[in-house]
Design a protein around this ligand. Structure first.
Ligand code: CUK
Ligand code: CUA
Length: 649
């Protein structure tokens, strides 16, 4: 009802506005609208997102890039893509994985000696102070190869990748605690913590779930692996997590599915996973006091060390009153802590309701040791009803939640209904619904999971685009839809195709909170932030040859690049020589990037102003190989070249 009213009033407003603009523009607008078949509402929506040349966005969004292993950066309200950040996958434009220093970062993600060249990114998170986004660091998980990467928001470059030493997959991360002391990463598919074979028949004994608390040094922007620890949990498949904040600071919340501990329909007559894992009525919300457990982990007696990593066994966590379970709707997906930390909303895909838990109620049950029972692993179970503030029927397939700037207001995605629903988690009343196209997964509010949500917009991250865009073949882009939520009812403004993997979650931050550099201090190694050992200033260019035991040379080239000259312009080596090319971009001007490649050698570097990079290869084929700048940097860009001469000695 209210929806109809809202649309009507905006239609009236739209007609008035269009009429005013149209008369001022001498009917030009009417002509365009007619030619393109636009309604007045379309024109208003366009005006809400259109940004003239040079204009800026109010919010910057960091979206996971799914199977691309990257992060996608775009602006709101323009919905224009600004950058792809290379994280788990080599990316030639940025030289990521092609120059020595970025390859070192990528190879931090090797697992058991194996090089991994992709990632399945799901959940980006922005570092926080007091639960508010501070714009300094971005963390993102890789579900397939359980890893977390840290991106520096001063230059939008990946600076660190850490491998989870005990998980075999991880979905429930990355989530910063409210002062960025830790990053939460929960496992997904239960598996043995060690790297050995354990038969599936021993699932209940040797397979485990868990939550890793990655210690984060906020000043340095690095995870400290030796100060991190994992809380062992039962082999219920852990899923999404959230960190407590405000009144619930110090606690973590993690969903799970498969409380049945079902292990697949191998034998004839056994139900397949999707049936076997859905027999119970409820799964478990895991509630843990990570702050206390961080202290517990300091005592060697309390931990067992697996693959060099500290694990707190379940019974130790239970003994310290730091691990509890609460039944939650079957097959949950999102668990989202409210801005104040008091309300915890869980949505289960197989339940049409959202369940709102109340922290003060949970805390009371914990304090009074009022348990409803214990699970097979001895973990106390808190009564669901006594923990709940209430439940509200939202629709089919509720998944994820984001908060609004209005107290009590929350937005939830409905996967099956393909809708966003606005409701109030305090009064438990549904306020509005908006159709999206189609099959929404996460949704992204403006700072919508922080302690200070900004309202204004919600983005629907849709799994399917179907017929929304021009047909580009059977593999479609995904569809991010911008919804105006500033009014009483929601209004879908615009679609944006995202043709880079499946973006699972996105986080948005006020653009003014980001302060990226436009250049580096001359000679910086962009990966470490320190001076590069190959730093070369104008006039210092040189070639240094060192004889090796096998008769070949190590040839170190200290080169500079500046419009429109690569110095030196000629490098002659013997076949078999090791070539080490240090390059410094001497530019100080904004956006004067130079690229560098040597034909045939699968080498590429991107040099931002002031940056020094290192490239290494063996000159194993004879011939004449042009090298050149790959960015059209100046009128004499094509002349910015030289020759690598490789002769057979
Ligand atoms: S997500 Cu990872 S399965 Cu709903 Cu957080 Cu897409
Ligand atoms: Cu430098 Cu083109």
């Amino acid at each position: 009802m209210t929806k109809h009213f809202g649309k009507l009033s905006s239609l009236i407003l739209g007609t008035t506005l269009a009429a005013t603009v149209a008369s001022a523009a001498g009917g030009e607008l009417q002509k365009v609208m007619k030619a393109r078949g636009l309604t007045e509402n379309d024109v208003i929506r366009a005006a809400k997102t259109y940004t003239p040349t040079g204009g800026r966005n109010e919010f910057i969004v960091f979206s996971s890039g799914g199977q691309s292993g990257q992060v996608i950066v775009y602006g709101v309200p323009t919905m224009r893509i600004l950058k792809y950040i290379a994280v788990f996958t080599p990316e030639p434009w940025q030289g990521y994985g092609y120059d020595v220093d970025s390859l070192k970062i990528l190879r931090q993600g090797n697992i058991r000696g194996r090089e991994i060249n992709w990632g399945d990114t799901h959940h980006p998170a922005i570092s926080e102070k007091d639960g508010k986004y501070d714009g300094k660091w971005l963390a993102i998980n890789d579900k397939a190869n359980p890893r977390i990467a840290i991106i520096d928001l001063h230059d939008f470059e990946t600076k660190q990748i850490v491998v989870n030493p005990v998980f075999k997959s991880a979905h429930g991360g990355a989530f910063f605690t409210q002062d960025s002391d830790y990053i939460i990463e929960a496992a997904q598919y239960a598996a043995p913590f060690d790297n050995n074979y354990h038969p599936i028949e021993e699932y209940k004994e040797t397979y485990r779930g868990g939550v890793t608390m990655w210690k984060f040094n906020h000043k340095e922007g690095r995870i400290k692996e030796d100060k991190s620890f994992t809380i062992e949990m039962p082999p219920y498949m852990q899923d999404l997590s959230d960190s407590g904040k405000g009144v619930s600071d110090g606690w973590g919340f993690t969903n799970s599915f498969n409380s049945e501990m079902y292990t697949g329909g191998i034998e004839v007559g056994m139900p397949p996973n999707e049936a076997g894992m859905s027999r119970n009525d409820t799964d478990f919300l895991h509630v843990y006091n990570w702050k206390k457990l961080a202290e517990v982990a300091k005592d060697k007696k309390n931990v067992k060390v697996v693959n060099g990593h500290r694990v707190i066994p379940m019974d130790v966590a239970v003994k310290h009153d730091a691990l509890f379970l609460i039944p939650e709707p079957k097959s949950p997906h999102g668990v989202d802590v409210s801005p104040s930390g008091e309300y915890i909303t869980v949505c289960g895909k197989l339940d049409t309701h959202a369940s709102v838990y109340k922290w003060s109620k949970i805390k009371k049950l914990i304090k009074n040791k009022e348990y409803a029972g214990k699970d097979p692993y001895g973990i106390p179970i808190l009564d669901m009803k006594k923990s709940l503030h209430g439940q509200v029927e939202l629709g089919l397939g509720p998944l994820h939640n984001q908060y609004s700037n209005i107290d009590g207001e929350i937005y939830t995605s409905l996967y099956v209904d393909s809708q966003v629903v606005k409701w109030n988690y305090k009064t438990l009343k549904v306020l509005d619904k908006e159709n999206v196209h189609y099959n929404i997964g996460h949704l992204c509010g403006m700072e919508g999971k922080s302690a200070d949500p900004q309202g204004k917009y919600i983005i629907a991250l849709n799994k399917l685009a179907i017929d929304r865009f021009d047909n580009v073949g059977p593999l479609h882009p995904q569809n991010h839809q911008l919804i105006d939520v500033s009014g009483k009812t929601m209004d879908l403004l615009v679609d944006m195709p995202l043709p880079l993997g499946e973006p699972h979650q996105a986080v948005a931050i006020r653009a003014e909170k980001l302060h990226p550099h436009v250049r580096y201090k001359m000679g910086t190694n962009a990966k470490t932030g320190k001076m590069h050992k190959g730093k070369t200033l104008a006039g210092q260019e040189k070639i240094v040859r060192t004889k090796k035991a096998d008769g070949t040379n190590k040839v170190e080239i200290y080169a500079t690049l500046v419009r429109s000259h690569i110095n030196p312009e000629r490098v002659t080596v013997n076949k078999g020589d090791e070539v080490i090319w240090y390059m410094t971009n001497l530019e100080r001007a904004q956006d004067e990037t130079h690229g560098f490649t040597v034909d045939y050698f699968d080498a590429h570097a991107s040099l931002e102003p002031g940056e020094t990079t290192e490239m290494r290869f063996i000159a194993d084929i004879e011939g004449v190989f042009p090298y050149y700048c790959t960015e059209f940097c100046s009128a004499l860009h094509l002349e910015m070249m030289g020759y690598l001469m490789v002769k057979d000695p």
